[in-house]
Design a protein around this ligand. Structure first.
Ligand code: FAD
Ligand code: PHB
Length: 390
């Protein structure tokens, strides 16, 4: 088997890379470890930056997103018993779109398959070879048979636990990491959102986030311990905790509803440098992880593959390798700014177990400053809606 660009992973990064290259006449094959049903059902991100929305429209996969995505022109920060709005439109002229990663994934898979694109689901034992030479290879097993896919380049889009980053020699890689002493317990519930916009709550019981997927579907998160046992969190306890952290009239208005999904996500900041090794490119969560507080993970994955698709397009059109060589640095500049923002939002809104009373006071002063100063709220807003792409 042979293709131009072999892609490992059918998450947002791999699928969007495949679609962008297809539109430039470049052929890809995606190898995905899981089944199509699993990939399409995985509940994760919800917020798309304006630049991500523009990219998806350009990639001709924006039709349903334009129809059912919810355009949000601000968020609310709740602390000290009050809610404060950050008005993105007024501060930056931009907005974000709430559209579930599950829906985006379905749109991308649908578009790839409709155009005859090749996605091998349930590809087992994928391994990467010879990316330091001209003809890299991907080996895998499917239905008990061994296959070799030979390609010009490999897109390592296989997420944080994937095989691509793990195949790079250790001494060629520098990693930067921070773990946080808490996690997020999330539920997807059949109940209308308590507010039209997302509410990020700083509270002495811990952080909470009130998000949504549609006018009848809420996505809610509470800060919990990293080793929390889900069995100890029946729905009723989660709703009580959400009400306590939200407070005020909204807490009474919050309607419990049947939960469709419940999971715990660890919080981590991580960057691997560089993001290219010869003909292997890492993109998305394979190269970096952010804590979800800034809603940046999926958006960073999209920004990476935009840069990569351009670099490969230039190579196939002219043989020039300048953009390929610039890939890692171009991505990392954006990645580190998103790391900074995600770390900052996380630090400002969560309750750290080891904190001192001094830290509590600083946290409240920071929130007061961010919501009271046009300069500070603009800094939050321009990062949240997405820094310029070029
Ligand atoms: P993934 O989505 O992880 O895809 C990688 C794919 O590779 C998977 O399909 C996997 O099965 C496959 N794979 C792995 N190993 C192999 C292998 N060996 N062989 C073959 N295939 C393999 N981001 C935002 O931008 N906004 C948000 O609001 C947001 N909220 C989030 C909330 C939560 C609770 C979580 C957990 C994450 C959130 N994120 C958010 C982050 C976002 O979901 C990720 O950054 C995004 O999924 C990254 O896409 P990716 O394609 O790089 O990786
Ligand atoms: C979500 O809706 O899943 C979501 C929204 C905002 C975040 C993280 C997750 O910061």
């Amino acid at each position: 088997m042979r293709t131009q660009v072999g892609i490992v992973g059918a998450g947002p990064a791999g699928l969007l890379l495949s679609q962008l290259l297809h539109l430039r006449g470049i052929e890809t094959v995606i190898l995905e470890r899981r089944s199509r049903e699993y990939v399409e059902g995985r509940i994760r991100a919800g917020v798309l930056e304006q630049g991500t929305v523009d990219l998806l429209n350009k990639a001709q996969v924006g039709e349903r997103m334009r129809r059912v995505g919810l355009v949000h022109e601000g968020i609310e920060l709740s602390f000290g018993g009050r809610r404060h709005r950050i008005d993105f439109r007024a501060l930056t002229g931009k907005a974000v779109t709430v559209y579930g990663q599950t829906e985006l994934t379905k749109d991308l898979i649908g578009a790839r398959l409709a155009a005859g694109g090749k996605i091998v689901f349930e590809a087992e034992d994928v391994s990467v070879h010879d990316f330091d030479r001209d003809r890299p290879k991907l080996r895998f097993r499917k239905g008990g048979r061994a296959h070799v896919l030979s390609c010009d380049f490999i897109g390592g889009c296989d997420g944080f636990h994937g095989v691509c980053r793990a195949s790079v020699p250790r001494d060629a890689l520098t990693t930067y990491e921070r773990t946080y002493p808490f996690a997020w317990l999330g539920i997807l519930a059949e109940t209308p959102p308590v507010s039209d916009e997302l509410i990020y709550c700083q509270h002495e019981r811990g952080f909470a986030l009130f998000s949504m997927r549609s006018p009848s579907l809420s996505r809610l998160y509470i800060q919990c311990a990293p080793d929390e046992n889900l069995d100890e969190w029946p729905d009723a306890r989660i709703w009580d905790e959400l009400r306590a952290r939200l407070g005020g009239d909204a807490a009474e208005a919050l309607q419990s509803g049947p939960s469709l999904e419940k999971s715990i996500a660890p919080m981590r900041s991580f960057v691997a440098e560089p993001m290219r090794f010869g003909r292997l490119f890492l993109a998305g969560d394979a190269a970096h992880i952010v804590p979800p507080t800034g809603a940046k993970g999926l958006n960073l994955a999209a920004a990476d593959v935009r840069v990569l698709a351009r670099a490969l397009t230039e190579f196939y059109a002219s043989g020039r390798t300048g953009l390929i060589e610039a890939y890692s640095d171009a991505c990392l500049r954006r990645v580190w700014k998103a790391q900074r923002f995600s770390w900052w939002m996380t630090s400002m809104l969560h309750r750290f177990p080891e904190r001192q009373p001094f830290d509590d006071r600083l946290q409240l002063a920071e929130l007061d400053y961010v919501t009271g100063s046009i300069a500070a709220s603009t800094a939050l807003a321009e990062n949240y809606v997405g820094l310029p792409l070029d």
